[in-house]
Design a protein around this ligand. Structure first.
Ligand code: NDP
Length: 263
């Protein structure tokens, strides 16, 4: 029996154990997935080995410590310096990042996206923007403050604060701010968000488990929207494929993982 876990602080709210166990149980894969409340990110590696894990996911605030904990980092994770999935490959820890690809997987149904406006400039925005630029998408970033925008300028994004924002035409607007997570607030002032929503075809929010004021307003304008659940599902499917070393079918993983959202 293989053992997997998610490391985070806090971690009690994480849906990952349900998602992965639903796949393992229904597809008779001999594995179990648990959660580990880890306060000190520098202890990630020793805790991983002490528990005899075959793999792990990592959530806030340890994704950068996870990068440091790995013996080797592959693919996109190397570029952004952020690891959310670790696989134990014969005693060596191999790090991956499935968050941004998970999001690409989530927006596939929107078709060909060429121009995206990202609201917010935190960790999630960093990974998504780097991935969008890699995919040849034109990216604009709008944040309430200036200080985090340097990374995005360097990446090749057009950057704005609320004070100097110039509206464009977008295929997709993505909210990566935490506005709307706890409080019922919009990610930027109403007059800006109204204009933005009148100039986009699709909308996505990284927040899941609730209809944020941003999604509510988008829906009232009949814009096709999705919340962060598909992004969560996308990163989970890709992580599970790595955990089982591609022994299970992607579609089966996706089906049973989706079912866990109903539990
Ligand atoms: P960070 O703390 O790194 O970044 C937060 C961003 O939100 C910053 O740009 C900040 O602006 C902005 N912000 C915060 N509060 C407000 C506000 N009241 N009004 C406007 N802007 C605000 O967070 P993360 O990038 O780690 O996470 C962002 C969101 O994405 C969270 O809600 C998280 O739950 C969600 N998420 C969802 C995932 C999924 O699988 N669905 C995966 C990962 C994250 P400033 O720079 O001015 O401070």
């Amino acid at each position: 029996m293989k053992l997997f876990a998610i490391f985070g602080d806090p971690v009690a709210h994480s849906r990952s154990p349900l998602m992965h166990n639903s796949v393992f149980k229904n597809l008779n894969y001999k594995a179990c997935y648990t959660r580990v409340h880890l306060k000190d990110g520098s202890k990630l590696r020793e805790t991983f080995f002490a528990l005899g894990l075959s793999g792990a996911n990592v959530t806030v605030p340890h994704k950068e410590s996870a990068y440091e904990a790995c013996d080797e980092v592959r693919g996109f994770a190397k570029k952004v310096g952020v690891v959310n999935t670790i696989v134990n490959e014969n005693g060596r820890l191999i790090g991956y990042n499935t968050d941004a690809d998970g999001f690409m997987f989530a927006i596939k149904e929107f078709g060909d996206i060429k121009n995206i406006l990202v609201l917010g400039a935190g960790g999630t925005a960093k990974a998504l923007c780097a991935r969008f630029i890699d995919a040849g998408i034109k990216v604009s970033v709008l944040n309430r403050s200036q200080n985090r925008l340097a990374y995005f300028k360097e990446l090749g994004c057009e950057c704005f604060t609320w004070d100097d924002f110039k509206i464009g035409k977008y295929d997709l607007v993505v909210n990566t701010t935490s506005a709307g997570l706890k409080e019922e607030i919009l990610p930027c002032p109403l007059e800006l968000i109204e204009k933005i929503l009148d100039n986009t075809s699709f909308v996505a929010d990284a927040i899941y488990g609730k209809v944020t004021p941003f999604l509510k307003l988008s829906k009232s304008k009949n814009i096709i929207c999705k919340d962060g659940a598909d992004m969560l599902l996308g990163q989970g499917v890709l992580a599970n494929e790595l955990f089982v070393n591609y022994e299970l079918k992607t579609l089966d993983i996706k089906n049973y993982m989706s079912k866990s959202f109903e539990l």
